[in-house]
Design a protein. Structure first.
Length: 300
């Protein structure tokens, strides 16, 4: 009898993606002790270690990495099979996976989620968040059915995309930052002398995308736009921030906007989906979200 089950692979995958048993338990709606027991039992059955423990944080062993390399394809195939079976029966998918850029708070979609749940169609909804290229990567790798992503999509096709808004960016620092005293448009050499705050790209297999960052520039990389805004208001560095997100900080003088010789153009956001499978739930979400989304949904 096979010792590996799809549930076991899903648990190992969640731990690897989120870095701890507790984070995986939260994602899978289980208690941490259940996750810990499942992993220990699987390791005993296989006779090998899948994780290296370092306090609450864990990392895959080479054996664990090899298992997930193929295991993730099995999970994707199982989900697609389940979805096809349900779609054949009812027209609605078993699950819809929506991934949005981390600049957009998940709470912005609460009215859409409520409307979807009110249909009581039986389709499970899974919502995730990634940064920059990482959002497009989830669609390309089959980890998302529908995305709202920043910037142009990858080449190769297989998906359709429509623009749903754009954001203007302002180059911001605190009033006490050395750049604020220059009293002129900033040039490349000015920026290179000081630390930039950047949002880390969530891409796993694609090349990282950086925006507004110069080659060789000192930087502090943070996990989200919220963290970037907090770092810059604390005076830790400079960088471009969405004007809609920092309007209050600019009005109150917490941040000041500086002119740059080469300003950053507005960022277009795209609603994109795979054209291979079009169930009723996906059609509903496409129709629902094909509307101007920005900047009114950025409350932070």
């Amino acid at each position: 009898m096979l010792k590996l089950s799809l549930e076991a692979i899903e648990i190992v995958d969640a731990i690897a993606r989120h870095g701890s048993f507790a984070a995986a338990a939260e994602r899978l709606y289980k208690v941490p002790s259940t996750i810990s027991y499942a992993v220990s039992k699987l390791e005993d059955q296989l006779g090998l270690a899948l994780f290296v423990r370092n306090g609450p944080r864990v990392a895959l062993t080479p054996a664990g990495q090899e298992m997930l390399k193929e295991g993730r394809w099995l999970l994707a195939a199982a989900r697609q099979l389940e979805s096809r079976m349900r779609q054949i029966s009812t027209g609605f998918e078993a699950e819809i996976r929506l991934v949005h850029d981390s600049l957009i708070p998940t709470s912005a979609f609460n009215p859409d989620i409520c409307a979807f749940e009110d249909m009581n169609c039986g389709t499970r909804l899974r919502i995730g968040s990634e940064a920059l290229t990482g959002t497009w990567e989830t669609l390309r790798e089959g980890r998302a059915d529908l995305i709202i992503a920043a910037g142009e999509g990858p080449p190769g096709g297989g998906y359709k995309a429509v623009a749903v808004g754009s954001l203007e960016f302002a180059f911001c620092v605190t009033p006490t930052h050395p750049l604020a005293r220059l009293q002129r448009p900033l040039v490349r050499d000015d920026l290179l002398e000081h630390t930039a705050i950047v949002v880390g790209d969530g891409a796993r297999s694609s090349a990282d995308r950086t925006v507004g960052l110069l080659m060789g520039q000192r930087r502090i990389t943070v996990p989200s736009m919220q963290a970037k805004i907090a770092a810059q208001t604390a005076g830790l560095g400079h960088g471009y921030l969405p004007r809609a997100c920092v309007r209050a900080d600019l009005e109150q003088g917490v941040l000041v906007e500086l002119q740059v010789e080469q300003p950053r153009p507005p960022e277009t956001f795209w609603l994109a989906w795979s054209t291979e499978r079009m169930g009723e739930a996906l059609k509903w979400w496409i129709q629902r979200l094909d509307r101007p989304l920005l900047p009114g949904i950025l409350p932070f």
